[in-house]
Design a protein around this ligand. Sequence first.
Ligand SMILES: Nc1ncnc2c1ncn2[C@@H]1O[C@H](COP(=O)(O)OP(=O)(O)OP(=O)(O)O)[C@@H](O)[C@H]1O
Ligand SMILES: [Mg+2]
Length: 505
Amino acid sequence: MEMTGGDPGSGSGSGYSWAELSSTLMSMLFVWSMVQQYLPFSLNDLLAPITRRLLAFVNPYVTVTIDEHATSRLRAEPVDLGSDRVSLALDDHEEVADHFRGAKVWWSKSSKTVRRRGDPWSSHRSVIDEERRSYPLTFHRRHRGLVETAYLPHVLAEGRVVAERKRQRSLFTNGAGSEDGWTHVKMDHPSTFATLAMDPEKKQQIIEDLEMFRDGKEYYASVGKAWKRGYLLYGPPGTGKSTMIAAMANFLDYDVYDLELTAVKSNTELRRLFIETTGRSIIVIEDIDCSVDLTGKRSRKKQGKKLRNKRPNRDDDDDGKVTLSGLLNTIDGLWSACGGERIIVFTTNHKKKLDPALIRRGRMDMHIEMSYCSFEGFNVLAKNYLGVTNHELFGKIRRLLEEVDISPADVAENLMTRSKKKDVDTILENLAKVLEQAKEAALAKASLAKDKKDNDQEESDDDDSIDNEGDEVSHFNESEEMEDDYKKKNKKSLFRVLAKVFTCN
Ligand SMILES: Nc1ncnc2c1ncn2[C@@H]1O[C@H](COP(=O)(O)OP(=O)(O)OP(=O)(O)O)[C@@H](O)[C@H]1O
Ligand SMILES: [Mg+2]
């Protein structure tokens, strides 16, 4: 289907132009209305059907007027997507012709100003002038069936596709500055699966899983499951968990709801926020282990006495805080209450800290480990940042990456060019140096740890009353807790940072 300017007469082969035809018709109608006044009623009745047939014979074209509201979904810019696309972005008085299965139709636009009563609560104006647009569609009457049964539904469907493509996605956040539910900014994150550094097989699995989900409406309905899917992204800081969420949203073309649990005051509020989310969206809870005390027995044991007098956090009471049971109930209950096509993603640096109930299959269907930078991951980053797919230093970097735990975020940071002149050799040499230093530091740390263990062992041999294992665990927990404290204070979701940036602008 293509659209060109033209008028109905020029394409009909009748020899009339549309303007000529209309004016002839108008003249005839005018003369006929004059004559009619002097004819007796009976003759008038007799002649009416003949007149109609005569008019129909003279003008074989039919015009239907389609209201703006019916076409609002159709109005889109012309798109170069092959011959089967439609555009209804018309200027006033512009007429465009469209071909469909051998029929030619003409679209035009007309607008009129109507007065309506304004907002009764507004102090400014009580009457508002509003422009109402409509789209007259003219076609030969022999195409009426085709237009009604095939052409208009086709135009509507095409309009929906174009509108969907033009849809601006949003990033919603609750919490600071958004006490009353969600606020949103334009979602404009550039991350895609192509730019995501991770094991290619794992990446492919995730892409296929998302595709199955997106196209699975009938499947989910047939097995009686709500159309939703949960993903747990876990791994050390800077391994791309937040980046992965953005890539998922871009891939599916979904909105993102970044839920800040610490800003949610109660289970009731949590439920409300969930219910307010729309379909085709990803609900994200970042650093779930740091968000609220949702970490179950292990956490309570660790905090010892402090929590002993408190209620266990899996109880159902809504005592002014989000509880684990509140979150579980909200997740489970919501899926059945709201329409489908929702994804929920949790991220954490410490999967083991989470209550198993929170991440069991069915709630978090897929557990995805984001790990330190592999050579495959480095390849993606080198291509993203430097535009190179091979280099003599790649071999050395590969060997070092096998020995060193470095996050993709740190590798990416080292691949950033800091001058206009992109000196790939220097950048890669620097990266190799950084990796070598990291390797040395790791070796030194391991040797220190070994010395400490040996010392502890000796002391333990001297004094049986000291619990070595406990010591080691507490040492480990101390650093983990310090990191968690940092996270609790500086909730650092990538989205939140982005939202802030956009809001400031
Ligand atoms: N796998 C990756 N692929 C591409 N870029 C990455 C990847 N991981 C990290 N980065 C880069 O590092 C930055 C930080 O990564 P990101 O915020 O996604 O890490 P994270 O795993 O969410 O960390 P945290 O656990 O601290 O929240 C990103 O903006 C991106 O530029
Ligand atoms: Mg993150």
